[in-house]
Design a protein around this ligand. Structure first.
Ligand SMILES: NC(=O)c1ccc[n+]([C@@H]2O[C@H](COP(=O)([O-])OP(=O)(O)OC[C@H]3O[C@@H](n4cnc5c(N)ncnc54)[C@H](OP(=O)(O)O)[C@@H]3O)[C@@H](O)[C@H]2O)c1
Length: 304
């Protein structure tokens, strides 16, 4: 199969070669309140597991002692203590959620939020800035203008969106000069809507990268099943995990990665052992029949 543009082999292309990332990324939603040694240890685990995309957001930390901006500030400290790390990773952040508003994607807000993120992270440029959630009161032309301005100023290399519907992506793309590089939907064996709501189809149509958030359904796929649907899915994942001698979490991520849009699961684990464990997904290939069996378990019905 043709590889999109000049992305090196083994890397996943976001936005027709705009950025190339390893098949699994690491996310910082839960990266707060850690002593700095523990922060370094988890970053090491993510790097050793082969992750190159590091996904954060300005809001990560809200609800914890550090508050809004805490995850970026902690990662900024890690970067400042590790010369050379910045250049080894693709650093993505998000902006646009502003409690209690709740959303603001006006150009002035997005530009100010990006500048604040750069300051907390102690860097000059983000590789990827994503609108965190669609602001229904922002015209897509205004969001596009903000991305274009930030790109012209060298503050972002590429632009993405998260939690956008397919039609919201199309509306935004129609106004963008800078091509959109990525989408970030919630996608897992317990959250299968992107398969059929047009989001993954649009990604394949337009060559957009897919970053899958909560690939273990926020941990629900790693622990005891909470309901009947989860129990069905977990039973199938456990069968394949026993067969491959890997964890259920690794099989759950392999299932996400098997979709032809090549979703990059954002590992949310903050314990180094869990990161190592789930990263074994990169060595797992599910057969077509196995992949559909997971989907059938989620639906509670055979495919028609
Ligand atoms: N765009 C958005 O709106 C949005 C929303 C949510 C998340 N995200 C992104 O997605 C990333 C991942 O989200 P998530 O944290 O919900 O991801 P997840 O990978 O679905 O869940 C991670 C949770 O599972 C737990 N876990 C239990 N057993 C595990 C095992 N064997 N292997 C791995 N993890 C295990 C982890 O615990 P430990 O921490 O103890 O290891 C952690 O609490 C976030 O960091 C963020 O970058 C984006």
């Amino acid at each position: 199969m043709e590889r999109p543009h000049d992305t090196p082999p083994g890397l996943v292309s976001l936005g027709r070669g705009a950025l190339g990332v390893a098949p699994m990324g690491w996310g910082m939603w839960r990266f707060t309140g850690l002593p700095i040694e523990a922060a370094h240890a988890i970053v090491d685990a993510a790097l050793e597991a082969g992750c190159t995309l590091f996904d954060t957001a300005d809001i990560y930390g809200l609800g914890t002692e550090g508050g809004f901006g805490a995850a970026e500030a902690l990662f900024g400290r890690v970067l400042s203590e590790r010369p050379g790390l910045r250049d080894r990773i693709i650093l993505a952040s998000k902006a646009g959620i502003q409690p209690p508003v709740p959303y603001d994607s006006s150009a002035a807000y997005l530009i100010g939020a990006c500048e604040a993120s750069l300051k907390r992270l102690g860097i000059e440029q983000l590789d990827l800035l994503q609108v965190h959630r669609p602001d229904l009161l922002a015209h897509p032309a205004e969001v596009a203008a903000a991305f274009d301005m930030l790109h012209r100023q060298g503050k972002v290399r590429a632009a993405g969106v998260s939690n956008y519907t397919a039609t919201q992506v199309r509306a935004l793309q129609a106004h963008m000069t800078l091509p959109l590089a990525s989408l970030q939907p919630e996608f897992s064996a317990l959250r299968t809507e992107p398969l059929e709501d047009g989001v993954l189809d649009l990604a394949m149509e337009r060559g957009l990268g897919v970053l899958a958030w909560s690939p273990l359904a926020g941990g629900r796929l790693a622990g005891p099943p909470a309901d009947e649907r989860a129990a069905r899915v977990v039973a199938v994942l456990d069968e394949f995990a026993a067969d491959r001698a890997v964890s259920r979490a690794a099989i759950a991520c392999a299932w996400v990665m098997a979709h032809p849009s090549r979703p990059v699961p954002l590992i949310g684990a903050q314990s180094p052992a869990h990161v190592r464990d789930v990263a074994r997904a990169t060595g797992v290939l599910l057969s077509r029949q196995e992949w559909y069996r997971v989907l059938e378990a989620e639906r509670g019905a055979r495919m028609p």
